[in-house]
Design a protein around this ligand. Sequence first.
Ligand code: BTN
Length: 255
Amino acid sequence: MNKLFTLRKPIHFISLSSTNDYALKQIKTENVIEGTVFIADFQSKGKGQSNNYWESEPAKNLLISVVLCPKFLHPSQQFDLNKVISLALYDFTKDFIKDESVSIKWPNDIYINNKKVGGILIENIISGNLFEYAVVGIGININQSVFRSNAPNPISLKNITGKTYDLNECYMVLADFLEIRYSQLILGQQNKIHSDYLNSLLYYNTLSNFRKNEEIFSGTITGVNEFGKLLIKNNDNIIEDFDFKEVEFLLNHSF
Ligand code: BTN
């Protein structure tokens, strides 16, 4: 496909507190060009979703932040950006693990079976109606064998295949998928993006168990609305929407 967008040559650091924090600081102090990429071998304060720590041993995994300026999106369309970044990580993971075990766990975790191989933390800078910057933080577990933090279910590509990967080559593959998927967004291919996202979603159209507060219920994921809320049809055939953290997946451990 024609790429309308290319990433710049990455700026590499041996160690940073967080590539996202570094990118945000740069944006505040100078003019950062769209497509700028910061990569670190190690982060002392790697940020995960919900203020969690993102664990990564030095020089074992991909830790990157990409600066985007999605001014063509209205801030209310933020979830479209989330979809294309999730799809790029999904495409990347599928490139190494060529089977059905790879999926996107809503909203933006990359799973192999019931374990998390990659995560995304997008931090947006919005002024009024203008989507000025998105700092797209991406962590993908590549060569780390043992995870020590209390992250619930981490896994790496190496855990699955037993192989050790060249991180520069991995980055090149990821960059290609990011360019392709972000180009789709620039081209306004929202329908394709949406159907690819749904078709990659863990437990899509599958009766599954969820927990909201203390209550366990079964239901079927029927979609995701334009604001990124998860749509679950319950046993009474009523479709309810859920915000991030409002509902927890009870992962199927029968793999
Ligand atoms: C998650 O919890 O799923 C999101 C993890 C995002 C981690 C990446 S690593 C590179 C970038 N810099 C950070 O501090 N966090 C993101």
